[in-house]
Design a protein around this ligand. Structure first.
Ligand code: NAD
Length: 300
């Protein structure tokens, strides 16, 4: 894997196109994430930085516990110290916000991550908005997302930023491409579309009310699916030679983790494709580490 400098940002080149082959090149998110985390660690060691991330969890959601443990491991790999705050399911919104306010003024904490989902009595928007804009490493605040629209931001949301890194790793230029994003959530679909637009792509957003999804996705040179529906994107819906990025994290009928895309079928048509697991997931976590390091520099 090579790295090159494109404009101001470093681009990791992960894959080499093999157009004579039937199968798509698999974009290895684990390898790319490791490369990013190694660079973060190198910078922290070289500059002798002390970087801290606070993770706040409310309730006993088993998946959230796994995510929090994985993030703790990522912090260890990068040389970032992490501290966890775990509230019981019955904790009040005021208690959670009081902790966030304390962490906002704690100089040893550079980033604050609020693990979601929350119990239903807690308002996600209000809690997200209570995080200091300088520590919003998940980029969930409304103004953080809004700043992407005007191309002026400190943090980018981790999942779409990870997707951009995966697309850049192919070496295929984004400018001028037809890009289709399936899903319009505030944390994935909408910022994803804005980030592709900021790189001069022609972008279409699809969602649950889109009339003929396949008709739109078949136009996509770059297709990003973030619907959370197993089997939604079949091979017939993929353009030959496309880059297919699968953000979805679902369970199939056997309980196995899977994405939105029929991986086997789509990989016969696409030039590049991400697997699930091992594609976008590890990149989301690596970009959280990158945002935490960015937070440190924004606060210095
Ligand atoms: P969400 O439920 O908030 O949004 C889903 C979007 O998909 C909605 O905008 C909806 O309109 C659209 N949609 C649903 N069914 C559709 C259909 N049949 N056709 C077209 N569009 C449809 O979910 P989210 O938070 O944006 O997450 C989306 C998926 O990505 C989930 O599976 C989630 O687990 C996964 N995810 C993965 C990562 C990661 O790191 N890999 C990070 C965040 C989210």
């Amino acid at each position: 894997m090579a790295a090159k400098i494109q404009g101001k940002c470093q681009v990791y080149l992960l894959a080499v196109p093999k157009r004579c082959m039937l199968m798509a090149e698999i974009l290895d998110g684990v390898a790319l994430a490791k490369r990013i985390k190694d660079d973060i660690k190198k910078e922290i060691v070289q500059k002798n930085l002390e970087v801290g991330l606070a993770v706040v969890l409310v309730g006993n959601d088993p998946a959230s516990r796994i995510y929090v443990n994985n993030k703790k491991k990522d912090c260890e790999e990068c040389g970032i110290s992490s501290v966890e705050y775990i509230f019981s399911e019955s904790a009040s919104q005021e208690e959670v916000i009081a902790l966030i306010q304390r962490l906002n003024s704690d100089k040893q904490i550079n980033g604050i991550l609020i693990q979601q989902p929350f119990p239903s009595h807690i308002d996600v928007f209000t809690v997200n908005e209570s995080v200091s804009p300088l520590k919003d490493v998940d980029a969930f605040r409304a103004d953080t997302v809004g700043r992407i629209a005007v191309g002026s931001y400190g943090f980018l949301p981790c999942t779409p930023a990870g997707v951009m890194e995966l697309i850049h790793s192919t070496g295929v230029p984004v400018a001028g491409k037809e890009c289709v994003v399936v899903g319009r959530s505030n944390i994935v679909g909408k910022p994803m579309a804005l980030m592709l637009l900021n790189e001069s792509a022609t972008v279409t957003i699809c969602h649950s009310r889109t009339r003929d999804l396949g008709d739109v996705t078949r136009r996509a040179d770059i297709l990003v699916s973030a619907a959370g529906r197993a089997g939604l994107i079949t091979a017939e819906m993929v353009k030959k030679g496309a880059i297919v990025i699968d953000v979805g994290m679902n369970r199939d009928k056997n309980g196995r983790l899977c994405g939105d895309v029929d991986f086997e079928g789509a990989s016969k048509k696409a030039d590049y494709i991400t697997p699930v697991p091992g594609g976008v997931g590890p990149m989301t976590r690596a970009l959280l580490m990158k945002n935490t390091l960015t937070a440190k520099s924004l606060q210095s």
